[in-house]
Ligand binder design. Structure first.
Ligand SMILES: Nc1nc2c(c(=O)[nH]1)N[C@H]1C(S)=C(S)[C@@H](COP(=O)(O)OP(=O)(O)OC[C@H]3O[C@@H](n4cnc5c(N)ncnc54)[C@H](O)[C@@H]3O)O[C@H]1N2
Ligand code: MOO
Length: 393
């Protein structure tokens, strides 16, 4: 059995990043940048007013009455030379005319005909945004591999990118297996249960920027499994749910091998999720997740999310984002598998406790958990007040 870290490294090694495409800025949220975004001009391009008011020479303040000399508007700056004791009407974002170095806000002036008086004193640069104060021409604004938040989309657009180069969305086929399953919304027979795995994993795939594609439910019949595997053609990654362990009616692994699949690993020293496996069917990477719903969701966090991030060319694809938290309740000695306990943390930084229900089929408990508490193999017992590693969910 290999460790979680080895498994993650083997998955990443078998994947390469996908091709790229461009999308309009308005559609770029959540996508991964495929090229650096570099500013091709400074922002603002020249010194501009930060307020509505009057631009003056700071050295003239306190010396008497100004005469008004035209207006500089956002997008239509004033080019006329400005003399001493002259003030120019400016709006927010308007270019500051040559030679002026202070803006007096309109609330602080008295206008009479064509003249202006103010009690404001010299404060050079006041209410003026210098050229390039946001960013300079040639500055690296966003690096390839960055996930585009709304603010980052806005920055790329501010830098003139109407179309943004992004990684293609990974197409992830999801195949559930087992005669006991029916799709949610259908009517289960007595012993049947709903397929919770496909919707849960699809949501996770979607949240990382992938395109989930359900291949439905393959019955416990080799021909049905064979057909389902064939239907994954064209996907960038196939996720299977269930049939990973040793059951008599699980045909997934045997059909995978018969069809020429190469197994890269089977079984990981992790709890939950020991039966997780990974291989390749021709060029198609196949990640087999255990059927137990919590095992599937936890192993998806550990293996599927980094796989998607690798396909998306994200530089920190393998980072799991651990934080530390203080325990509010003791923990027992861990077994020999790396263990991910469902936990509840009080707020974003408060104390954490492991939930009472840790069964790998208890989805209601998983949905209440807000962290996974990581316990390394054979970790000693912990008491309240000890620090543990947690992965936010
Ligand atoms: N003798 C042994 N038995 C088991 C072992 C073992 O090592 N020796 N491993 C256990 C572990 S750990 C796990 S995890 C499970 C995983 O088994 P499979 O991956 O083969 O999953 P199935 O047998 O197909 O299903 C297990 C369980 O999960 C339910 N299931 C499956 N798919 C879905 C789905 N899409 N949505 C909702 N629920 C699903 C299924 O009905 C079963 O209840 O094996 C242990 N056994
Ligand atoms: O390792 Mo299994 O995932 O516990 O139920």
């Amino acid at each position: 059995m290999i460790s979680v870290e080895e498994a993650r490294a083997q998955i990443a090694a078998a994947l390469s990043s996908l091709s790229t495409e461009t999308v309009t800025a308005a559609r770029a949220f959540g996508r991964t940048l495929s090229q650096d975004v570099v500013a091709n001009r400074s922002q603002p391009p020249s010194a501009v007013s930060a307020m509505d008011g009057y631009a003056v020479r700071s050295a003239d303040l306190g010396k008497g009455t100004f005469s008004l000399r035209g207006e500089s508007r956002a997008g239509a700056g004033l080019d006329t030379p400005i003399g001493e004791m002259q003030a120019v009407r400016v709006s927010t974002g308007a270019r500051i005319p040559e030679g002026l170095d202070q803006v007096v806000i309109q609330e602080n002036v008295e206008i009479s005909g064509n003249t202006l008086t103010t009690d404001d004193l010299a404060n050079p640069g006041r209410h003026i945004r210098p050229a390039g104060s946001d960013y300079e021409d040639g500055q690296l604004l966003l690096e390839a591999g960055t996930i585009l938040s709304p603010a980052k989309v806005s920055l790329a657009a501010a830098a003139g990118f109407g179309n943004i180069p992004v990684m293609r969305r990974p197409r992830v086929a999801v195949l559930a297996t087992g005669d006991e399953l029916v799709h949610a919304g259908e009517t289960p027979k007595g012993d049947q249960i709903f397929n919770s795995g496909t919707p849960g994993l699809s949501a996770l795939i979607f949240s990382i920027g992938g395109q989930p594609l359900s291949l439905g439910i393959a019955r416990d019949d080799p021909e049905d499994v064979r057909e389902a595997l064939a239907s994954a053609e064209g996907a960038d990654l196939l996720i299977t749910i269930g049939g990973a362990s040793v059951g008599d009616h699980d045909h997934l692994r045997s059909v995978f091998t018969e069809e020429g699949g190469t197994l890269i690993f089977e079984k990981v020293r992790v709890k939950p999720g020991k039966p997780a496996w990974f291989g390749k069917l021709g060029d198609l990477p196949v990640l087999g997740l255990p059927g137990n719903p919590v095992s599937a969701m936890v192993t998806a966090r550990l293996f599927l999310v980094p796989a998607l991030r690798t396909l998306l060319g994200q530089p920190t694809a393998l980072a799991l984002g651990f934080e530390t938290a203080v325990l509010s309740e003791a923990l027992e000695t861990n077994g020999d598998r790396e263990t991910y306990l469902r936990g509840v943390r009080d707020g974003a930084t408060g104390p954490v406790r492991a939930m009472a229900k840790q069964d790998s089929s208890h989805l209601a408990a998983l949905s209440e958990a807000n962290v996974l508490i990581r316990r390394l193999p054979d970790a000693p017992s912990c008491k309240a007040g000890d620090t543990v590693e947690v992965m936010p969910l």
